[in-house]
Design a protein around this ligand. Structure first.
Ligand SMILES: [Zn+2]
Length: 203
């Protein structure tokens, strides 16, 4: 039905989130069509360059082309605050509220033992090593999603800091149960940050 390369393109597009067979097909035909060819070439170049040059920041694991991302390098950031999030999209959502000026740590997921995702897969050893070796952080804000896995991940991290001088807080207010930060409106997220709860108080 499809030529081998068309089939390969459709399969590749289907691997993207929220893209089914029909959408993949439509995209492939658009990119191969007369009007889409140039866009297709630009997309291919942008994609190749991105996957070759973008990697994880050595400090916070956010995406960057440099060894350390702009936020980690910025002197304007409050290094006493470190906010742990599940995804780079959460950093964007929080940055857009302009209500937080500390640094971040991006897990790229959450603990999920059944899927083989343990602490090492989401960078927790690097996070703990940073917290134990640099003494600048005073408060760790655990802004993982309000899902079962997100909460379990937050508690796992907090449990490794009990006995240290670092306060652990968790954003709570206004975050719906099962909610993902990325989809919250700025006002709710901003409020959730301001009214964060200390984990020692809720435990
Ligand atoms: Zn960084």
């Amino acid at each position: 039905m499809f030529s081998p390369l068309t089939k390969q393109l459709i399969e590749a597009l289907r691997g993207l989130p929220s893209v089914g067979q029909k959408s993949a097909q439509r995209m492939a035909f658009h990119l191969l069509g007369h009007e889409g060819r140039l866009k297709g070439k630009m997309l291919a170049d942008a994609l190749r360059e991105a996957v070759e040059k973008i990697s994880l920041c050595q400090r916070c694991r956010n995406f960057t082309e440099q060894a350390e991302c702009d936020i980690c390098q910025s002197r304007k950031r409050n290094s006493k605050l470190l906010c742990v999030v599940e995804s780079p999209a959460d950093v964007i959502a929080i940055e857009q509220t302009s209500s937080y000026h500390g640094r971040y740590f991006v897990l790229h997921g959450h603990l999920s033992p059944l899927d083989g995702i343990g602490p090492a897969e989401i960078g927790i050893p690097l996070l703990l090593q940073q917290l134990h070796t640099t003494e600048t952080c005073e408060e760790l804000i655990l802004a993982t999603n309000a899902t079962v896995e997100g909460k379990a991940t937050a508690h796992y991290i907090a449990s490794h800091l009990s006995g240290s001088n670092i306060k652990c807080s968790r954003i709570a207010h206004g975050v719906p149960l099962g909610g993902e930060l990325e989809y919250l409106d700025g006002g709710t997220l901003s409020h959730a940050f301001q009214s964060r709860l200390l984990l020692q108080e809720i435990n």
